[in-house]
Design a protein around this ligand. Structure first.
Ligand code: NAP
Length: 498
């Protein structure tokens, strides 16, 4: 495989150039003859994946031979330069053979054992969720057990047929690879590079189960934060509904149910965003308090705190999402018919009361400051959200990243608190605001953020901050527990750092 043709070598370094060489494409757009001397690769199977793989391999300068049970039926579906033949013939000459058939059909390939002996089999298969749970042995290990004379390499399972066909620019570029044989892994890695993808060494074939689980994941790490955000939304919505809609209906006979779709949602969203933002910084405060209490950093945090620390990014992004929705809803408030009627009614009342100029200086100032603080808080949150994107985060060094996420994040929390306080102004002290004896919603939302801000301020005091710095540099109080790694390897992987 080391004598890759000229076209392949060029591909690996110049990702911005088209993957399919002009030399290989006919005037009508179909793929023409592969250059002579091109390395030969076999593919067993003629389904969707096999077709996309063949197209990409031919485009990357390989000579492809496809093994099908019925080559006559499927030959027309492959690039002209790919040879489509019977399975026995297809596996006779290539050293690397892709097995693009489902696990349940692996056994039907056993008749090819003799021809396959000594060759590299690339297992591209993906189990379904049920199959993954049912079989303790990965598909790749199962294939290896059926063909002990072959070297099995697990690769390409995370790449969809669509991405293979469209080219690596349109999807995930990383291809995790694992195998028990280093040389075979190297050969397949070179092919991955030549096809414009990026090999990621996942170690021995025993990792295949982990590699096969990758495409089964659906947004891992988001379940708990999303449930938390939804839970907060439901609680605050119910609370706001009781205060803004139910109370006027029950006690004053006023029908304000029209507020449900926009107004109540818009008073709920900032509450969720604000509390979520404070929940990003609360675990850091708890972790610092725990370290001060224990006098060491060499003891694991409790599991719940560990998980919480690991989900801070997702919680922060959900906070940003709610804050952005709140801004959008707020822009839409004046568009509502109910708002226009309210304005006209107010104007009529003003005329009837014979007031020529309605201007409450304090309210004007409150509103100006409140809006400005809200915009600043959202702007700072946007910065946090943008720097959470892997492509941006990768371009920052550790200090820059922690400055944005930690310092600017805290600034966003302070700005949001000021935004909430100027929104509330003196309302917390007005009796009429306690509908059904329930305090205004903003007073509830202030609870956790104020605790976080106060605790952060407390930790800035020299007596605490010096001790914390010492602890984080490895100092231990006499008698504090010594460093102990968890015995469970799963826990070891998940140990958090503050
Ligand atoms: P498919 O379209 O159903 O193709 C499977 C092929 O297996 C058939 O075309 C058939 O080709 C061949 N085959 C060999 N022995 C067979 C037998 N006894 N019974 C039935 N078929 C047999 O499936 P696919 O989507 O290409 O997927 C193939 C493999 O790639 C699977 O393991 C899948 O997990 C993996 N994969 C697929 C994708 C994707 O996006 N589709 C992505 C990653 C991985 P002949 O009739 O010509 O023999």
């Amino acid at each position: 495989m080391s004598n890759l043709p000229e076209v392949v070598i060029k591909m690996s370094g110049e990702m911005d150039k088209p993957l399919i060489s002009r030399r290989l494409v006919d005037s009508d757009g179909s793929l023409a003859e592969a250059p002579c001397g091109a390395p030969k690769v076999g593919i067993l199977g003629s389904g969707d994946f096999a077709r996309s793989l063949a197209t990409r391999l031919v485009g990357s300068g390989f000579s492809v031979v496809v093994g099908s049970r019925n080559p006559k039926r499927t030959a027309g579906l492959f690039p002209a330069s790919a040879q489509v033949t019977f399975q026995e013939e297809a596996v006779s000459s290539p050293e690397v053979i892709f097995v693009a058939v489902f696990r349940e059909h692996y056994a039907t390939l056993c008749s090819l054992s003799d021809q396959l002996a000594g060759k590299i089999l690339v297992d591209v298969s993906n189990p379904t969720e049920q199959e993954h749970l049912r079989h303790h042995e990965s598909n790749a290990e199962f294939l290896a057990s059926l063909f002990p004379a072959c070297t099995v390499v697990k690769a390409f399972n995370v790449i969809s047929a669509w991405t293979l066909q469209a080219g690596p620019r349109d999807g995930n570029r990383q291809v995790p690879i694992c195998s028990d044989q280093q040389e075979a892994k190297h050969t397949v890695s070179e092919m991955v590079r030549a096809m414009g993808f990026m090999p990621v060494d996942m170690g021995l074939l025993a990792s295949a189960r982990e590699v096969e689980a990758m495409p089964l994941r659906l947004l891992p790490g988001w379940k708990v934060p999303t449930l938390l955000a939804l839970g907060l939304f439901v609680c605050f919505y119910a609370y706001n509904f009781t205060r803004d809609v139910l109370q006027p209906y029950v006690q004053e006979g006023k029908n304000k149910f029209y507020k449900l779709p926009v107004s109540v949602v818009n008073t709920t969203l900032p509450c969720v965003a604000y509390v979520l933002l404070s929940l990003v910084y609360l675990p850091g405060v708890l972790a610092a308090a725990l370290q001060l209490w224990r006098g060491t950093k060499y003891r694991r945090f409790p599991d719940w705190l560990d998980h919480w620390l690991q989900h801070r990014k997702q919680i922060g992004l959900l906070s940003f999402f709610c804050a952005a929705l709140h801004a959008l809803y707020s822009f839409c408030l004046p568009l509502r018919r109910s708002h226009r009627y309210d304005l006209i009614n107010m104007a009529v009342k003003q005329v009837l009361a014979n007031k020529s100029h309605l201007w409450v200086e304090e309210e004007v100032w409150r509103m100006e400051i409140y809006l400005s603080l809200g915009v600043l808080a959202l702007g700072t949150l946007s910065l946090l959200a943008v720097t959470s994107l892997p492509s941006i985060a990768n371009s920052l060094n550790w200090r820059e990243f922690s400055f944005v996420q930690s310092t600017l994040g805290f600034v966003a929390l302070v700005l949001s608190t000021l935004h909430t306080l100027t929104y509330g102004w003196t309302r917390a002290f007005e009796e009429s605001r306690y509908k059904f004896y329930l305090p205004p919603t903003f007073t509830l939302t202030l609870l956790v953020p104020c605790v976080v801000i106060l605790a952060k301020g407390l930790f800035l005091l020299p007596c605490f901050s010096r001790r914390l710095v010492k602890i984080r540099r490895g100092w231990e109080r006499d008698g504090a527990g010594k460093f102990m790694l968890p015995t469970d390897p799963m826990l070891l992987e998940k140990t958090s750092h503050v």
